[in-house]
Write a protein that binds this ligand. Structure first.
Ligand code: CAA
Length: 240
């Protein structure tokens, strides 16, 4: 059976690796993105995966975008809430806008994307919701009071929804990536990044594909007993 998957923030970084790996494993895949048209076009040219533009921070945009994806590819059975942004600043320098932007995308985005898809999953008695949280939602991170709060919220959302969906054949799980070699991590000042890498027992950043394979594992039909889990994939940097 060919299942349909939607990956938010799916044209770059970890999301692109997830979308590509799902497609390589037989899923029909749609990749959502919010802003970078050039990256989206390059991604479709390279992978053949269609892209759809809307912001996960905008509920009405999500409803409209999801309807378009479903009319093109069929009902969404696997939702990967991956889209996320950083607005890092020490708290004494953090603006209300830094806080709100991160909350809107990284936390509200999970409500906005999952809510319109949830009823269909319940009716069809199957669903996989996979939320990409972060190591920093588990342990906190200086310079990321906003991001860590949102990502910790993603874990609470996951645990609650996992209990609601279970009887309808829906699993909801979170993955907490550690520091992965993407543009987001490369934007961290080099000195700070080096000190972070020094604290990773495997001695390196993770690869986006290492998160993608965790998504693939959780998305499978026979992963139905894994529900409400928080999977850490961080090279041993923080062991829960
Ligand atoms: N670990 C150790 N020390 C840190 C640190 C960290 N993560 N972050 C900041 N510091 C230290 C700096 O080295 C500096 O120390 P000194 O004064 O001794 O030089 C001090 O704190 C102040 O830092 P800055 O000089 O960099 O202050 P700033 O105001 O210019 O910038 C900042 C602050 C924007 C938070 C910047 O330090 C930064 O970007 N830090 C990294 C934050 C981070 O880890 N973000 C993760 C992004 S990747 C991601 O989010 C994906 C994911 O899920 C893991």
């Amino acid at each position: 059976m060919t299942r349909t998957a939607l990956v938010t923030g799916g044209t770059r970084g970890i999301g692109a690796a997830i979308a590509t790996m799902l497609k390589a494993n037989g899923y029909k895949v749609a990749a959502n993105y919010a802003g970078n048209d050039n990256a989206a076009k390059a991604f479709t040219d390279e992978t053949g995966i269609p892209t759809y533009k809307w912001s996960v921070a905008d509920y009405d945009g999500c409803v409209e975008g999801i309807a378009k994806v479903e009319s093109d590819l069929g009902p969404i059975e696997v939702l990967v809430n991956n889209a996320g942004i950083t607005r890092d600043a020490m708290f004494h320098k953090m603006t209300r806008e830094n806080w709100k932007d991160v909350m809107s995308t990284n936390l509200d985005g999970l409500f906005n994307m999952t809510h319109p898809i949830w009823t269909g999953m319940r009716e069809r008695k199957f669903g996989r919701v996979i939320n990409i949280s972060s190591i920093n939602g588990q342990k906190g991170q200086m310079g990321q009071a906003n991001y860590s709060a949102a990502k910790a919220g993603d874990i609470g959302f996951t645990k609650s929804l996992a209990q609601e969906g279970a009887r309808a054949g829906i699993t909801v799980n979170a993955i907490c990536p550690g520091y992965i070699a993407t543009e987001m991590v490369m934007a961290v000042p080099e000195k700070v990044r080096d000190s972070i890498i020094a604290g990773i027992p495997v001695g390196r950043l993770g690869e986006p594909e290492e998160i993608a394979r965790t998504v693939l594992f959780l998305a499978a039909d026979d992963a139905s007993f894994i529900n409400g889990a928080t999977m850490t994939v961080n090279g041993g940097q923080y062991i829960t």
